[in-house]
Design a protein around this ligand. Sequence first.
Ligand code: AMP
Length: 137
Amino acid sequence: MAYDDQNIFARILRNELPAIKVYEDDQVLAFMDIMPQAEGHTLVIPKTPAVTLLDLPPEAAAYTIQIVQKIAKAIETALNAKGIVLMQLSGAAAGQTVPHVHFHLIPSSVHELGRHAVQMGDQEKIKALAEKIKALL
Ligand code: AMP
């Protein structure tokens, strides 16, 4: 599938749309999910334009997973998380709704996840959680 540079995450990367960011460097951005499946649900995206994990160059994938681990550690401490679900949906058939590759970090259990991309979270509460995570990065 061709990359659509008007997708929501491409627009967030260009600062055309707002996001509650927790981490950014020259290759990766991490921000809070607007419809969290649990408190602290965070997204990590490579800046490389790629629709799915399968399209992502291995070097970008390798770097992104290092940042995924770094953010996971910050989430674990900030939220006193007992466990973290790492989720990556590749393709609409898997349930992917935003066509820019991303990793979900959800401090929860696979048995307790809220529904995917359905319910808007309380943005003030999400901002407060983001501050706690950001303080550890
Ligand atoms: P996926 O279905 O794996 O592509 O996941 C996309 C995720 O992006 C969902 O969990 C949505 O809640 C989330 N999302 C959609 N729009 C935004 C946005 N503007 N800012 C933050 N998260 C978003």
